[in-house]
Structure formats: structure tokens, C-alpha cells
Design a protein around this ligand. Structure first.
Ligand SMILES: [Zn+2]
Length: 399
């Protein structure tokens, strides 16, 4: 992925994957010290002090970055999915006490230990698919004590590197008394979250009926002032102006982007904000898919993620996301691989740290059981034999 990394994940072509045949790489202190063809290995690394691992000719590539998940929650909304499939609308389900607030009730009632256990099981399932960096949001408690509990639960997850995001602005709980007063209550948590390093990012759900751009702006500006990176869910159900707001504020990412026009694409292309597309959510919600080609051809950086959550995207399958991106959004396989490595890393502010196997970056890699051309091809199947973070295995084996 050397070429894709040099381009910042924009307008990549097949050659940017930088495939090295009969290659090897050297890890020192959890970082990549050297990468190239095996016969070019410098003598200082060929000595007996190095532990050599023979991958048996298999393909190694940078570990995947899953840049948008709601990893920690309790309860199931399987019955709600059945109702939606049989014709009920999201609004009808929410009116009957379902939707996000159903997960909020179950999550508030769950213990810290149970929440951490659920998050760990899901993190392990991502690691088995080659993921070594995982974004995870709070947002299913929506009160002060509960949101802190969710961020603490995420802090207990082992295996993949977890980038924690505070999503107190996910929905408006009935007791909050409206969007503005809920945002004020959630912003009051910023100093504690910052002091205890419970999250490095703040996200907001910008959508008609949730948090309008004018209201979200003040909230996100306050987060930036306190030193958080910011992100937004925007332009999924309606075209609200959230994408332009995110680009203007220098958000790390703006996520969903189903309903974007040419002006949005131009604004995003001119910014450092990464577009995180979530096609599994569009599948489950029966929405149109995001216009990936419009964004890519404008020069925007496009990442892909599962949006794992119990309501609108109850899946942690990277292959489903990649197949939808290829078949429905017409992204090429090199674009999908870049989206899940270099671009995902940029979405989390780790663009120089992970996402490519180049010297100086963290030694996060996946070893495939087949060709890289088998990636994002067979839904439900990850052709991954092992995943390593900082040079140490977090899933599978190299034997
Ligand atoms: Zn989401």
C-alpha cells in the first residue's frame, strides 16, 4: 500500500497497492524497520539476532482499519428487523418504543462487566477478519453515568487497538427536554472524558429530527476547543448540510454520505476530512447507496466500515461491506482495500501510523490464506490466517 499511502488514499490505482513478490519485512520494537524483496534484505537484519518467520509464500498486507462501529451495547433488535421487513416504517417502530431508545433501555440496565464482555467478543470477531485498529463509539446510554460506563467498557477491550469516540449526541432521550438541552448535558461531560482520556474523538448524529447542523456546530466547536478530534454522521436520510459543516470544521471523518451533491463532493475533496461510507447500513435500511464514484472522482478520500450496531447494521462482516462497495457502488478492489487500510487510518487520525506496510509505521499486518484477489469477494468469508498488531499476533497463527 506504499503508493496509496503516498497519495493519502486518494484516486488510487492497482499499482498503488505496491505488491512485492517474494518480499519480506523487518519489525523492531513494534514498528516496521524495513520492507522489500527478500534478496535485498540488508545484512544487519540477516544476522542471527533476528527471529525469522517464514510465511510460506502467503500474502501479507497491512491490517485492516475498521473506522466506524457502535461496538458496545446490550440487547437485540431482531424482532424490529422482522417488523421492518414486513412493512413497518422506522418512524412507526420508534413510536412504539423501538429503535435506538430500545437499545438505550437495555444498555442502561447492563453491567460494566457484561458490556465489556460483549464488546470484547465483537472485537475478537473483527480481529479474525484482519482488523488491528477498531473505532468504537459510546452513544447507547445518553446520560452522564451511562456514557462514561460505555467508554470505560471500551477501555477494557484487548486485541485490536481501540480508538474511542464519545457519541452522546446519538439521539435525544425522552427525559432530556429537546436537542439543545441534551447537547448541553453531553458537552458538560467533555472535561471529564478529556481528563480521564476516555475518548479522543467526539461524534454527532446530524440529521433532521435529531441534531440540526446549526445546533451540532456549537457542540463540535466546543469539543475541538477542548482538544478532541471530531466526526459526524451526516447525509444518510436527508440532505442537511452536515457534510459541508464537517469539511469546514476539519472533522476527521464524515460518515454515511448517501445524499451528497457535487458541491458537497468538491468541499470534501478540498478538505482533509475522510468520507466513511457504510453500505451495510444502507442495505438494512433499504436506502440508496452512497455515490462512491462521485466522491472518488472529485478527489475525496473514501473509507469503508461496517457501522456495526444492533439496529440499522447488525453485522460485523467486512466482506459484506466490500462486496456491496464493489457490486453496488462500483468501487474497484484496490479502492476497497485502500478504503479499509490507508483511508480508514486517516479517518482515525492515524494516517502516518497504520494502514500501510512502510518503514516507520506500526507493524500491523494480516496474513492471508489465499490471494489478495479473494478479499471482499465471498460474503461471510474472510481469507485471513492471522492478524498482528505492533508485531504481535492478536488472532490466528503463522504455522
Ligand atoms: Zn454509526
Amino acid at each position: 500500500l506504499r503508493g496509496a499511502a503516498e497519495k493519502g488514499g486518494r484516486r488510487v490505482e492497482a499499482a498503488d497497492l505496491g505488491q512485492i513478490n517474494d518480499g519480506c519485512f523487518v519489525e523492531l520494537g513494534g514498528r516496521i524497520a524495513w520492507v522489500g524483496r527478500r534478496r535485498d534484505l540488508p545484512p544487519e537484519f540477516a544476522g542471527r539476532s533476528c527471529l525469522r518467520v517464514d510465511l510460506g509464500g502467503r500474502c501479507a498486507l497491512p491490517a485492516f482499519v475498521e473506522s466506524h462501529t457502535h461496538l458496545v451495547y446490550a440487547g437485540s433488535r431482531a424482532d424490529e428487523f422482522e417488523s421492518r421487513c414486513q412493512g413497518a416504517t422506522y418512524q412507526e417502530i420508534a413510536g412504539a418504543g423501538g429503535g435506538i431508545l430500545a437499545t438505550v433501555r437495555a444498555t442502561r440496565a447492563a453491567s460494566l462487566a457484561a458490556l465489556a464482555r460483549g464488546a470484547q467478543e465483537r472485537a475478537d470477531a473483527f480481529a479474525r477478519q484482519g482488523v488491528a485498529t477498531l473505532e468504537a463509539k459510546s452513544g447507547y446510554a445518553l446520560d452522564a453515568a451511562g456514557e462514561v460506563k460505555l467508554l470505560e467498557a471500551l477501555g477494557r477491550v484487548r486485541g485490536p487497538r481501540v480508538v474511542r469516540t464519545f457519541l452522546g449526541a446519538h439521539a435525544i432521550p425522552p427525559e432530556a427536554g429537546g436537542a439543545a438541552s441534551h447537547l448541553a448535558a453531553m458537552a458538560a461531560l467533555f472535561p471529564e472524558i478529556r481528563r480521564r482520556k476516555l475518548a479522543s474523538r467526539v461524534d454527532a448524529f446530524i440529521e433532521a429530527g435529531y441534531f440540526e447542523p446549526a445546533l451540532a456546530e456549537g457542540y463540535l466547536v466546543e469539543a475541538l476547543r477542548l482538544g478532541f478530534a471530531v466526526a459526524a454522521h451526516a447525509e444518510q436520510l436527508t440532505h442537511s448540510g452536515g457534510a459541508k459543516l464537517a469539511a469546514r470544521l476539519g472533522a476527521r471523518s464524515v460518515d454515511h454520505l448517501v445524499r451528497v451533491d457535487d458541491a458537497d463532493a468538491a468541499a470534501l475533496a478540498a478538505s482533509e476530512t475522510t468520507c466513511v461510507l457504510l453500505p451495510a447500513a444502507d442495505l438494512y435500511m433499504d436506502c440508496p447507496y452512497p455515490p462512491a464514484r462521485k466522491l472518488i472522482e472529485a478527489g475525496a478520500r473514501v473509507a469503508l466500515a461496517t457501522d456495526l450496531n444492533p439496529g440499522s447494521s447488525p453485522t460485523l462482516d467486512l466482506s459484506l461491506v466490500g462486496v456491496l462497495a464493489r457490486a453496488r457502488m462500483k468501487m474497484s478492489l484496490p479502492e476497497v482495500i485502500t478504503a479499509y487500510t490507508v483511508a480508514g487510518a486517516h479517518a482515525l487520525g492515524l494516517g502516518e501510523e497504520v494502514g500501510a506496510l512502510t518503514p516507520g509505521r506500526r507493524c500491523d499486518f494480516a496474513v492471508l490464506s489465499g490471494s489478495w484477489r479473494d478479499l471482499f469477494y465471498s460474503v461471510g468469508h474472510a481469507p485471513v490466517a492471522a492478524t498482528a498488531r505492533d508485531g504481535a499476533l492478536i488472532s490466528g497463527g503463522l504455522a
